[in-house]
Design a protein around this ligand. Sequence first.
Ligand code: NAD
Length: 248
Amino acid sequence: MIGTIQHAAALLSACRSAVALTGAGISVESGIPPFRGKGGLWEKIDPMEYAHIDAYKRDPEAVWRVLFMELKKVLDKALPNAGHAGLRDLEEMGILKTIVTQNIDGLHQKSGNRDVIEFHGTFASHSCMACERRLDTSQVLLETLPPRCACNGILRPDVIMFGEIIPVDHLQRAQILAASCDVMLVVGTSATVQPAAYLPVIAKRNGAAVVEINAEPTPLTGNISDVTLLGKAGQVLGDLVAAVRRLR
Ligand code: NAD
């Protein structure tokens, strides 16, 4: 632990408005593997080969077989964990205003957080690449791959793939929140995917304290982060919320 729970709790307890940036690490305890880090999906597959929009346009069936079917299997079973509950509690306590998540799993909303910006989109819906019709993922038939729309166009999950840009309204709102919060909590992200990884830098430059919770050090550690708590998000956030409650 580089920094203490008490220090992080004091910052949160005194703050006017906190914003969280979350990544795949917060959902690992829900059974969803991260991309990078130990046990990450990228140890097995090449992201540029399968998670790039050009790869999907070239061979959507291969992307479904190697990446999306695997992802769907774990997402279908996943439930929020203690880490998600910790962020929900911080919102209920009036401390946490918004979560900017890089995750596509919908677990923050399932846990009860009300203001969640899905920076990299969501796997909960699909869109037709031909007619742009939008479908709930539960309505998408996977007997033949890739799944198709009634118009025979190819469906794609509404996730932002490599090679695609973040929707401008999400990007703008996240940047404004980063610039105006006084604490940014950064949880379970390797802080390597841009432009999400730049949000803590914006927060820091505008005077916010950055509190990082991650299983291992990241490029933010000892650099942008004022406090880094190393450990599992569920355990650390549970301890942090308990420490904030003691200060109130
Ligand atoms: P990442 O996979 O690059 O990094 C995850 C980080 O979490 C690593 O630094 C790892 O050490 C840490 N970690 C692992 N287990 C942890 C735990 N129990 N508690 C705390 N930290 C833990 O994730 P990223 O930075 O979010 O970027 C990857 C991209 O992958 C994102 O764009 C996201 O869309 C996508 N992704 C999403 C999901 C999901 O929706 N759950 C899962 C995998 C990948």
